[in-house]
Design a protein around this ligand. Structure first.
Ligand SMILES: *Cc1c(COP(=O)(O)O)cnc(C)c1O
Length: 406
């Protein structure tokens, strides 16, 4: 009965500790927002706001105006538009520019992203016919050139987000594709997926093409997510040529894909942080967690291990080991970041360990702030890269209920 009541008053969406080892984890809400973005959400949520209101003119304004200037400056593009997520951005771009016509795409870029986003399906739903060129591993400029015909409306390039084709491969660079597209009077659309606004190498992270570099290479429209590497709220950002962005803006579909005031408030505040790059890694949680020094994580692991051991007793062993974190959400799919983890290994036969592992993972998930780890090679791995609030983690350890013996 009491449990019933407790469950009824508990909010459905709750904070968790993401110790899964994937920093930008779609199932765990992707990028955490910066304090500045959260404050902006709170300020916009409970009161009337100038969401679509020009305070100087005293007339109706455009809701996107709150972010377009920042987006244009950061991407060096002529114009910008915001929709609900990147899937919506791709849908809107294709439907606005290529309805009932053909879009050329490489067979190596016919991607599926988690959550049933399949590029061919989205293209069909947008009303365009796919014109696939090349092969899974190799596509050449001539493949694109040969496919252009009277029904062609655009060339689409999709960033390989969650996979890498390696070995005997060939892809066509955006600048070559842009040159070809423009010679034939076609736009080049690039779905960049994560789309970083800054050079991540400068932060010691693997290289990822920046939005500005893709614009500079001649892409006419670039779409990317707000809640992946950018570190903001869920949103789909579209930047590019003013004339094309205007076409998207006038598409009636856009009304169905528009974003809420809280999203815009968070996005505007997040983008503002980018104008002070020196402080960005401190303020933006996703970037802060991605760039967290390995030795700091190790120190935390060394501090926490004895505390977890004290709670678990001799039912399982707790050790610390180096591990590799993933960036996640289709960013930099093959690169890994060196990190440290607490490793919980049930004792006993390998059969018993197998039976017990799930129960240990569940025990950690049943804590007041659920701890989400991952199970690999006979152990529960708690990657500490994203654990910033160690105090709360430690403070609730006494409530951990070890599983009963099978
Ligand atoms: C993540 C991703 C999408 C989908 O973006 P959402 O913001 O989740 O809708 C589309 N294309 C690529 C290449 C991606 O990486």
């Amino acid at each position: 009965m009491l449990e019933h009541v407790a469950r009824a008053v508990e909010p459905s969406i709750r904070r968790v500790f993401n110790l899964s080892g994937t920093v930008i984890h779609t199932n765990l809400g992707r990028a955490p927002l910066a304090v500045e973005a959260i404050d902006a959400v709170v300020a916009s949520a409970g009161e009337a706001s100038n969401l679509e209101y020009d305070l100087i003119a005293g007339t109706r304004g455009e809701r996107d105006d709150h972010v377009t200037d920042s987006l244009r400056r950061l991407s060096k593009a002529e114009a910008a538009l915001v929709v609900n997520n990147n899937a919506a951005a791709v849908l809107l771009a294709l439907n606005s520019l290529a309805n009932r016509r053909e879009v050329i795409i490489s067979r190596g870029e016919q991607i599926e992203i988690g959550g049933a986003f399949r590029m061919p399906d989205v293209m069909t739903r947008a009303g365009c016919r796919l014109r696939e060129v090349g092969t899974t591993n190799r596509t050449h400029l001539s493949d694109y050139a040969d496919a252009i015909g009277p029904r062609t409306a655009a060339i689409l390039k999709v960033h390989p987000s969650n996979y890498a084709v390696s070995g005997f491969t060939a892809t066509v660079d955006e600048s070559e594709l842009a040159r070809l597209a423009h010679e034939r009077g076609l736009p080049l659309i690039v779905d960049l997926g994560s789309g970083s606004l800054i050079d991540l190498e400068a932060f010691g992270l693997p290289r990822e093409p920046t939005v500005a570099s893709i614009v500079e290479r001649g892409a006419d429209l670039v779409t990317f997510s707000g809640d992946k590497l950018l570190g903001g709220p869920q949103a789909g950002l579209i930047v590019g040529r003013a004339k094309l962005v205007e076409k998207l803006r006038r598409n009636p579909l856009r009304r169905a894909l528009r974003v809420d005031k809280m999203t815009l408030a968070a996005l505007a505040a997040t983008l503002r942080l980018y104008f002070d790059e020196g402080l960005l890694a401190a303020r933006l949680p996703a970037l802060r967690q991605l760039t967290r020094p390995t030795d700091k994580i190790r120190v935390m692991a060394e501090t926490l291990a004895p505390l977890v051991t004290a709670q678990i007793g001799d039912r399982a062993s707790v050790s610390i080991e180096p591990c590799l974190s993933q960036i996640g959400s289709g960013s930099l799919p093959i690169d890994r970041l060196a990190s440290w983890a607490l490793i919980v290994r049930p004792r006993g036969s390998s059969r018993k360990i197998r039976l017990q592992l799930g129960a240990w993972a569940l025990a950690f998930r049943m804590l007041p702030v659920p701890v989400i780890g991952r199970i690999t090679k006979g152990a529960l791995v708690l990657d500490l890269r994203c654990l910033e609030d160690a105090e709360t983690f430690v403070g609730q350890l006494h409530q951990l209920v070890p599983p009963v013996d099978p």
